[in-house]
Design a protein around this ligand. Structure first.
Ligand SMILES: *Cc1c(COP(=O)(O)O)cnc(C)c1O
Length: 222
């Protein structure tokens, strides 16, 4: 697996060079991360708290660690001291816990709200009703140690490109609609995290600012 060549190939296809490439290194050994680092990658995505905890001290201090998987509330404390961005915040309960742990370590933790955009049942995320309920909850105003930096979504796992495009378009539309609302200062909507190895070009066409790419860089996972 030529990670460096893969990175160059992926980058070359980008429609928007300003779109941030988060290299998804889950399940991959440190040596692979180091190759990507030496090729210029500073943003790494992992989906397990344990793996983040194991890899973080072994890599350079200027790495931005992204938690892209489903995060359980009781595990937030383990990543609160160093996490750069939590992509998969899908409940008010989790957001409040992140706020609490941020307060404890004296950090404002950056998060994205994960929206349920896929037709599939299995994907996590807020639906618009749940999102509106949270935004209208008086307790929402009390969050002092999080910055909501944008939205994240995963499209349906399908060959149907129109379907995928439609779902990404929906996420972008919701993002723009939220930006037009009067929301507290810790909501700074800058990013839409959408797109993986199989659909990042469609995602960029639909306005993604952050793509999470694993297998196209590091090869298939076991
Ligand atoms: C694994 C994963 C990715 C990367 O998937 P690839 O298809 O390997 O690019 C992106 N986002 C999330 C949330 C993931 O869990």
């Amino acid at each position: 697996m030529d990670i460096k060549a893969n990175l160059e190939k992926v980058k070359k296809t980008f429609i928007n060079q300003d779109c941030l490439l988060v290299a998804v290194s889950k399940t991959k050994p440190l040596e692979d991360l180091k190759v990507a680092y030496s090729a210029g990658i500073r943003d790494f995505g992992e989906n397990k708290v344990q793996e983040l905890q194991a890899k973080q001290p072994e890599m350079q201090g200027d790495v931005n660690w992204h938690m892209i998987g489903h995060l359980q509330s009781n595990k937030v404390k383990y990543i609160a001291p160093f996490i750069h961005l939590i992509h998969g915040v899908d409940s008010f309960k989790l957001l409040k816990e992140i706020n609490k742990q941020g307060k404890k370590v004296g950090r404002k933790i950056n998060v994205l709200l994960q929206m349920h955009i896929a037709e599939e049942e299995s994907k996590f995320g807020f639906d618009s009703k749940e999102l509106n309920e949270m935004l209208a909850n008086p307790d929402f105003l009390n969050l002092s140690h999080v910055t909501i930096q944008g939205l994240m979504g995963m499209a349906t796992f399908t060959e149907n490109k129109d379907q995928v495009r439609k779902e990404f378009k929906g996420l972008k539309t919701l993002f723009e609609e939220l930006k037009g609302r009067d929301l507290p200062g810790f909501v700074q909507l800058n990013d839409v995290s959408m797109g993986m190895s199989g659909d990042y070009l469609i995602a960029q066409e639909e306005g993604s600012t952050m793509v999470r790419i694993g297998s196209a860089i590091f090869g298939e996972r076991d």
